[in-house]
Structure formats: C-alpha cells, structure tokens
Design a protein around this ligand. Structure first.
Ligand SMILES: Nc1ncnc2c1ncn2[C@@H]1O[C@H](COP(=O)(O)OP(=O)(O)OP(=O)(O)O)[C@@H](O)[C@H]1O
Ligand SMILES: [Mg+2]
Length: 280
C-alpha cells in the first residue's frame, strides 16, 4: 500500500481516499480476526469517477537514452567533459517532459540536476533561468547534513575570495550557505557584468566535479536574455570547466537563424565544444 501511494506516475497511485480507507479497513478486519494480514492486491476498491490523462511518457525511450548518453560522455572516460545538448521542437511537443525524465537516473549517479526556465514576460530580468536553477541547487544542498554543508561553505568561500556578495546580490540563497559576506566595491556598469561572469564561472566549478557532475537544464531558450547568452557562451567555451552537461530546450518554430540563441550556439560550436541536438 505504501508503494502504491509512492508510485511514480499519478495514475498508479490511489485515486481516492476512500480507496485507501477500504484497504486499511481490510487490514484492520484481518488483524482483528486472525491477528495477521494475508496478501491482497491493494486498490481493488479504489475507483475514481473522473477521466484522467496519464502522466506517463510514450515513445520517448530513444530520446531519453540519447540524453543519458550525453551524461555518460560528460562523466565517463571520453575526451569531452562538457557538452551542450539542445532539445528542439514545436511548442507542446514534449521537450520539457522528456528532459525531466532523466532527473532520477542522474541523481542516482550522484549528479546534480537543476533546471530553470526563461520566461516570455521576464526577458528584462537578466539570468532569470540560471538564478532559478541555482536557487534550487542551494535548496538541495541545504538538505544535506551539516558536515556536508560546511564543506560546501568552505569550497564556495575559496572560490569567491572577497567577492561572494557579487553572487549573493543575484542569488540570495547562496548566503544561507556561506553566511554574510563583505560589501564589494562598486564598479562601472560596463564592468560589472564581466565581474559577475568571472565569479559565476568559479561558482559553477564548485559543483561541476568528477564525484558530482552537474546537469543544468535551461528551458525555453527562445526567451533567453542577452546577458544569459553571454554567460552560457563563456561557460561552454571555458577550458577549465568540466563535468557539466547543459541541456537547452527551445521551440524551433520560434527561433530563426538570426535569433541570438542560434548565433551563440554557432559560436560555441566554432570554439570546438561538443554540441548535439535532439529534434522532437
Ligand atoms: N511522449 C509523451 N507521452 C505522453 N504525454 C506527453 C508526451 N510528451 C509530452 N506529453 C504531454 O504533453 C504536454 C506538453 O508537454 P511539454 O510541456 O513537455 O511540451 P513542451 O515541448 O515543453 O512545450 P512548450 O514548448 O510549451 O514548453 C504535457 O502535458 C506532457 O505531459
Ligand atoms: Mg516546455
């Protein structure tokens, strides 16, 4: 009964509290009668009077395998330790769903899987999807034990030096791990994106390590902002960055060759970085 309650897809779980109650009553009656519970199939009396659309994904085994192969390339013995995998297709074709399928297998292999999506109406907020993804990562880290959190703190402080506040200004959750940081000198608005990007590179490298590779899923790239594109390009062409699989999803019906995303991807390809594409 517990396994049924925990089933991965919603349609395999109990559909109503009454169904669960009926099974509990079966257990109770048997316990009272004979002192033990004989095997029975749970959910026999579970009925739900509504038409449900199943959550299960159909016919995407090949694409899921391709995504996991990309992860294997990044962690395995191959030359390339960093890869950009693009998942493209018409709106609603199932891009987000297929990428989310690899979440569990990645975590099982001690990888971190984080995701953020760009928003049509938040294009004026730089780094929106990256911020969302790393907020999630900070929350994941905070669920680890205090010894581990202490280790993360040490590693992050070493990467930041005196400049941790630059990252905290953008991703406030980082402060929960490293604590209050000294104020940083203000610099010109033309220089400050560079300072942020340089520090972000060091920040992400704390998490992209052989023992815990990072999968960063950036959804809805058709709505990416230009600051994020610059940072993505920087990360993907950084020779020091390893054990990183970046997955980007985009509606290919909304991006033409002149779209800044396509231009950035071309530049990343030209730099020799591994870029692959799954078209749904
Ligand atoms: N292979 C599949 N089998 C069953 N249902 C699917 C499959 N692929 C997608 N769906 C369902 O179709 C809907 C749309 O999928 P999803 O949101 O992943 O599309 P998308 O390509 O990311 O869309 P968008 O371009 O709007 O971001 C979801 O409800 C999802 O559960
Ligand atoms: Mg989507």
């Amino acid at each position: 009964m517990v396994m049924k309650l925990l089933a991965k897809t919603a349609e395999d779980r109990y559909q109503s509290a009454l169904g669960l109650k009926a099974d509990l009553e079966t257990c109770f009656d048997q316990l009272q009668g004979s002192g033990k519970i004989a095997n029975f199939i749970p959910g026999k009396l579970d009925k739900f009077g509504q038409f449900l659309i199943p959550q299960k994904l159909y016919g995407r085994e090949a694409e899921v395998a391709q995504l996991l192969e990309a992860f294997e390339r990044v962690v395995g013995n191959s030359q390339s330790k960093i890869e950009l995998m693009l998942v493209s297709g018409y709106s609603g074709i199932g891009k987000t769903s297929v990428v989310n399928e690899i979440h569990k297998p990645i975590v099982r292999q001690r990888g971190y899987f984080i995701a953020g999506k760009f928003d049509q109406f938040k294009r004026n907020i730089p780094y929106a999807a990256l911020i969302q993804a790393f907020q999630e990562l900070m929350r994941q880290l905070l669920t680890e034990n205090s010894e581990n959190i202490g280790i993360w703190k040490e590693k992050l402080l070493e990467a930041f030096g005196q400049n941790g506040q630059v990252i905290i200004d953008v991703i406030p959750e980082v402060e929960l791990i490293v604590g209050k940081q000294p104020a940083v000198p203000t610099i010109g608005s033309s220089e400050s994106p560079n300072r942020f990007n340089r520090l972000f590179q060091k920040f992400i490298q704390v998490f992209t390590q052989k023992e815990h590779p990072l999968v960063l899923f950036l959804d809805d790239l058709q709505w990416v902002d230009s600051a994020s594109l610059k940072l993505i390009q920087l990360l993907m062409t950084d020779a020091d960055c390893k054990y990183l699989l970046m997955i980007g999803a985009d509606r290919d019906n909304e991006v033409n060759p002149a779209h800044p995303t396509i231009q950035t991807i071309d530049k990343i390809k030209q730099s020799g970085a591994l870029v692959n594409n799954i078209i749904l």
